[in-house]
Write a protein that binds this ligand. Sequence first.
Ligand SMILES: N[C@@H](CCC(=O)N[C@@H](CS)C(=O)NCC(=O)O)C(=O)O
Length: 420
Amino acid sequence: MALVLYSSKTNKNAFKTLIVAEYAGVKVELAANFEMGVTNKTPEFIKMNPIGKIPVLQTPDGPVFESNAIARYVARLTDNALYGSSLIDYAHIEQWIDFSTLEIDANLVSWYRPRTGRAPYLPPAEEAAISALKRGLAALDSHLASNTYLVGHSVTLADIILTSNLYLGFTILLTKSFTSEFPHVERYFWTLVNQPNFKKILGEVKQTESLPPVQSAKKPEPKKEAKSKKDEPKKEAKKEAPKPAKAEAEEEEEAPKPKPKNPLDLLPPSKMILDEWKRLYSNTKTNFREVAIKGFWDMYDPEGYSLWFCDYKYNDENTVSFVTLNKVGGFLQRMDLARKYAFGKMLVIGSGPPFKVKGLWLFRGQEIPQFVIDECYDMELYDWKKVDLSDEAQKERVNQMIEDAEPFEGEALLDAKCFK
Ligand SMILES: N[C@@H](CCC(=O)N[C@@H](CS)C(=O)NCC(=O)O)C(=O)O
């Protein structure tokens, strides 16, 4: 009896088993006509997994659920290197499987589900998930700085499970600007997904260019009936609609509606290329005034872009330096959704508490983009004032903020953070 995996083709938890099967030379078939939200609600499925979640593997000795357990089972069906070659390898493989499940996947999923409308969205909970994820990734990065694989010198089960988990991250949440903080994790991920046995299952992997905007939690849908003869023709018709590529990586039943175009993409083209400015800013190491600041004003297009000063409303609460820095760091992280349309500098000012937080932002268009106001709750914690370009003093303030001039307005800088 062949092994049958009940799952949609594109579920990252099913990838674990499908990749293991390639390495182990085991034949695993996906259940024919599996339909998420329908098949896994049937009494037959609930008998295999009482919680009704996928994946489930049907074996000659009965079903197995929980994707790590399934992957372990398939890995042990043949003699192969997926569990290393010693007891200590085995222990380390199990160690990294738990690490990847609890420190990486759990935090990715806590970030992903509320963002995509699968759970209520709470900004402090998102911040906590991101910070726990970064802690996990930093630990991983330091291990991978001197190790090509998690354990030993070839792919093990731990690599397959970790890479399948990171796949959800890289394709949906982790932009290049996020992952560049973890260069060894990046090298590891791209090396693994390009191994032939991975590629066969994952295809060409593309890193997401932006964080999905927050969607409000879905209202529960009227219950879908388990497949009955009566509604089969309707389902056939539905199957023809191709799903958006990103939805294919997602964990649950429904593909999100195609994103409407951002209104900022519909503005008349601007002569200012934001990325060129960001490159000039990043690459200028000396003569900042003469090169970067001059270059900025040469490029600046006052019709296509606007400049804004922001001033934190509650500076008297900024009594602890690292808490203030984290607050600003969190703000910049949440602005990720505006990376294509914005550049920003945030200054944390003062040599002692309470610290002042002031910033400068360049936005596409003449207003602060509505989607930023709607989706980044920090916006309302600041007073915003459009820069008046006819006022030389304001232009000079812009220059000073871009170049982190110190002293700034007579005070030392605790830090200057750039959003680019
Ligand atoms: N820990 C489980 C997670 C299973 C899981 O969350 N499955 C999701 C899809 S990735 C599911 O079936 N969701 C449907 C539901 O919650 O009813 C595993 O690794 O297999």
